[in-house]
Write a protein that binds this ligand. Structure first.
Ligand SMILES: [Zn+2]
Length: 388
């Protein structure tokens, strides 16, 4: 059997740290049924990150739906900063205590992957970034990983099941193994062209055996206009300067009139490498750096019990509002009892970023499709500075 939890085990609260089970037992025995407000918040990003993309909200709704609680959250795909309440739970604490472990697990990993994908996409600007990293993680997680890579800004996913989940045709090129099996890269590409759906772009892998430049010229001459791109997956031991390799291949292709053939790069990429290669590369396959993205270390803390502000040290107590002035592009956190709902700078009405997700156990928000979330992320990225 696979060493994974079933949906029923996750939904029933079996994936919880045992101290929550003990907590609930004690609260029940002692008759403590107080209502508590608890919030998901981040204290600090992984090194170099200055914003995050909130992801995992659809799975969070699936996890918490049916519990006798209210849940508020930012929209999935929202860019966030530290010290903002991003998800708020209201209800009897003993009704939701055991879900802290899975709810954080969902949000921390999903948001880490989505944020890393966003950073890669931001670095690539208008050039496509395809998620290639499923193979680095447990297969049970592949659809989750690739969905979050996609909503973070990746243009496509590689795994068949991931494509089904998000409603996108999976994308890929050619593995080195096919070239090893058939021997000749040109023969492989001709077979691909003959046998694979014409809707699939013809991208030739050029560096299995030969030099990138010679491989590119040879396949371009053999395939002509049928070839969409050449893919460089140069091993790190042979790379030297990847940008220079790309520029040389570009020169040689252009010199022979193959200006239209694009350069697709893969292998060990992240946002810093993409940023450097972007003047020569046309598309990227990004694997490990996205699928194994750092998690966002959200915490989940009680801030109010039976209407009274109460929090552990290091956390701000009391229920809060998260408000946005779309005019000044500023987001503020205010006590929930604050009357003022307009921006003090420009007097425009604030927009509340925490909106109902679950009311008394019922899902009350229409959850957007991955394509809409991705577009929302891209719109925000366009207005965001990014430091590499
Ligand atoms: Zn304002």
């Amino acid at each position: 059997m696979f060493h994974i939890a079933t949906e029923a085990e996750i939904k029933s609260g079996k994936i919880t740290d045992v101290y929550f089970t003990h907590t609930v037992k004690i609260l029940k025995e002692k008759g403590i049924k107080s209502r508590a407000t608890a919030e998901v918040m981040l204290k600090g990003f992984p090194p170099d990150w200055s914003w995050g993309v909130l992801a995992g909200i659809e799975e969070l709704a699936y996890l918490l739906e049916g519990l006798p609680i209210n849940v508020y959250s930012m929209e999935e795909g929202s860019l966030f900063q530290p010290f903002q309440p991003l998800v708020v739970l209201e209800g009897r604490y003993l009704d939701y205590a055991i879900y802290e472990t899975p709810l954080l697990g969902i949000l921390c990993q999903a948001s880490g992957i989505a944020t890393k994908a966003s950073r890669c996409k931001k670095a690539a600007a208008d050039k496509p970034v395809i998620s290639f990293g499923a193979r680095r993680m447990h297969p049970a997680l592949a659809p989750m990983i690739e969905r979050n890579a996609f909503i973070g800004g990746c243009d496509g996913v590689a795994v068949v099941k991931s494509g089904e989940l998000i409603g996108e045709v999976p994308r890929g090129t050619i593995p080195h193994s096919l070239i090893l099996m058939m021997g000749d890269p040109v023969e492989v590409m001709q077979a691909f062209h003959q046998l694979i759906d014409p809707a699939v772009k013809r991208i030739a892998l050029i560096d299995t055996f030969s030099d990138e430049k010679l491989g590119a010229i040879k396949i371009a001459q053999a395939m002509g206009d049928d070839l969409f791109a050449v893919r460089l997956d140069t091993p790190s031991s042979r790379r030297g300067d990847m940008l220079q390799i790309l520029e040389e291949v570009r020169w040689e292709l252009d010199y022979r009139g193959f200006n239209r053939i694009k350069l697709f790069v893969s292998g060990g990429l992240d946002e810093c490498k993409i940023s450097r290669l972007n003047k020569a590369a046309d598309a990227y396959g990004v694997g490990t750096s996205i699928s194994n993205a750092p998690v966002v270390n959200f915490s989940f803390d009680i801030v109010e019990i039976d209407g009274q502000p109460l929090a552990k040290k290091g956390k701000c107590s009391g229920a809060k509002k998260l408000l946005r002035c779309d005019n000044c592009q500023k987001t503020v956190v205010l006590p929930s009892h604050t009357a003022s709902d307009s921006c003090p700078t420009c007097a425009a009405p604030y927009r509340s970023l925490l909106t109902p997700l679950i009311k008394d156990g019922k899902l009350v928000r229409k959850l957007p499709k991955p394509q809409a979330i991705r577009q929302y992320v891209l719109n925000q990225l366009a207005e965001t500075d990014c430091i590499f």
